[in-house]
Design a protein around this ligand. Structure first.
Ligand code: FES
Length: 102
């Protein structure tokens, strides 16, 4: 069963920024790509790398360790070495707060 959990304030994830946090014991990455907030797993599926220390671009979030890029809508890796998608989560904004369905 998933539930909506308050993650943080909207102004904590500014445009072009990545933000890592824990929601209901899940490590979550929030990314603000051109004003849209996306939520995925925080840890890369290839090895134990924190994607919030990676790089955000139009293609998605790039892992800092071996540079696989994950699409923020599908979670699919766009290049090797990662082969498994990261999970993606629904996001809603209410009263300047970000909620994630985890
Ligand atoms: S740990 Fe992310 S691509 Fe290797």
């Amino acid at each position: 069963m998933s539930e909506w959990v308050e993650a943080c304030n909207l102004d904590q994830v500014k445009e072009g920024q990545l933000f890592g946090l824990t929601c209901n014991d899940k490590k979550i990455l929030l990314a603000n790509l051109k004003g849209t907030i996306h939520a995925t797993d925080l840890i890369c599926t290839h090895a134990d790398a924190d994607l919030s220390t990676g790089f955000l671009s139009d293609e998605g979030v790039r892992c800092p360790l071996h540079l696989s890029v994950f699409n923020l809508e599908s979670g699919e890796p766009q290049n090797l070495p990662a082969e498994e998608p990261v999970k993606v989560y629904n996001v809603k904004i209410d009263d300047n707060k970000i909620y994630v369905e985890v």
